[in-house]
Design a protein around this ligand. Structure first.
Ligand SMILES: Nc1ncnc2c1ncn2[C@@H]1O[C@H](COP(=O)(O)OP(=O)(O)OP(=O)(O)O)[C@@H](O)[C@H]1O
Ligand SMILES: [Mg+2]
Length: 264
């Protein structure tokens, strides 16, 4: 992972080469009741490996709005985390020219005991803004969420849509070069979605590039200039959103999924 200011080709925004990410989780295998009695309750330690991304390579040029589609568990969020620099590659490399929007954009990193406003300030600092910049912008970010008095309540009292509003607002207001939105819109209501779509359209012209993960295939077609389809960690296809979405839909139909246009 590297964050660079000058790219070899001026228009390059993100370059991912042979990226693989493997999660390793150690867990205690639950013994059956009988085994537990025999072995006095001692579990067996096991390691489970998930190859979440397998040899993924692509480049993204300035001005691209990249949609990422694929089934649950396909590796979309993992790819976003790797591009945002939160997750180191197990193999391969990720190069990003500019500042990717923060953890908060991906819905993690909030301290639930702090208020929305306090999290906005922390989020701004975490994304590299100066204290002054953050203070200047905090009210605007808070107002944009339109969650009223809740903004000064601890975030553990928020509905998931309210949290999504805060996450999205932080992400779009901190002037990222690379804007990353991972399903932040899925829990929002109709009004919030409309507002968020408008904001993203505006940012598309100022941000260097944008990544949007969504199960809403129509949003991908409407908002993105490019699309990638991931399946079991592998990049199946990259290209025009209309074409990629069609192929993906054909593929899920073949797999006899009961998926509908906007809930794949
Ligand atoms: N922190 C983690 N530890 C272990 N395994 C993980 C972790 N995060 C994700 N995985 C696994 O990696 C794979 C890819 O997960 P990922 O969250 O990237 O999928 P996704 O495409 O974003 O799915 P969704 O559409 O459900 O959000 C899955 O098999 C998942 O179980
Ligand atoms: Mg995900």
């Amino acid at each position: 992972m590297s964050s660079l200011s000058a790219s070899p080709d001026e228009r390059l925004a993100v370059r991912v080469k042979n990226l693989s990410v493997t999660y390793r989780t150690t867990f205690e295998r639950k013994p059956t009741l009988r085994q537990a009695l025999v072995r006095l309750g001692r579990g067996q330690r096991s390691v489970r490996e998930v190859r979440a991304l397998r040899d993924v390579s692509f480049t993204v040029f300035e001005g691209t709005a990249m949609g990422i589609i694929g089934a649950n568990g396909a590796g979309k969020s993992t790819l976003m985390r790797a591009v945002a620099g939160i997750l180191p590659p197990s193999e391969g490399s990720v190069e990003v020219w500019g500042k990717a929007s923060t953890l908060l954009a991906l819905g993690v990193g909030f301290n639930k005991d702090l208020s929305g406003r306090e999290n906005i300030i922390l989020g701004g600092l975490a994304s590299g803004l100066s204290r002054r910049d953050v203070e200047e912008r905090a009210d605007e970010v808070a107002d944009w969420t339109e969650i009223g008095d809740f903004i000064d309540m601890p975030m553990r009292t928020y509905s998931s849509g309210m949290s999504a509003r805060v996450a999205f607002s932080v992400a779009v207001h901190m002037k990222p070069d690379i804007l990353m939105v991972d399903e932040a819109l899925s829990t929002g209501d109709a009004r919030f979605r409309a507002k968020a779509n408008e904001k993203m359209a505006e940012l598309r012209s100022t941000a260097r590039a944008m990544f949007l993960v969504s199960h809403g295939l129509n949003s991908i077609k409407e908002m993105c200039t490019d699309a990638m389809w991931l399946d079991h960690g592998a990049l199946m296809m990259r290209g025009d959103p209309e074409v990629v979405v069609e192929k993906y839909k054909e593929f899920t139909k073949v797999k006899k999924s009961a998926a509908t246009e906007d809930e794949v």
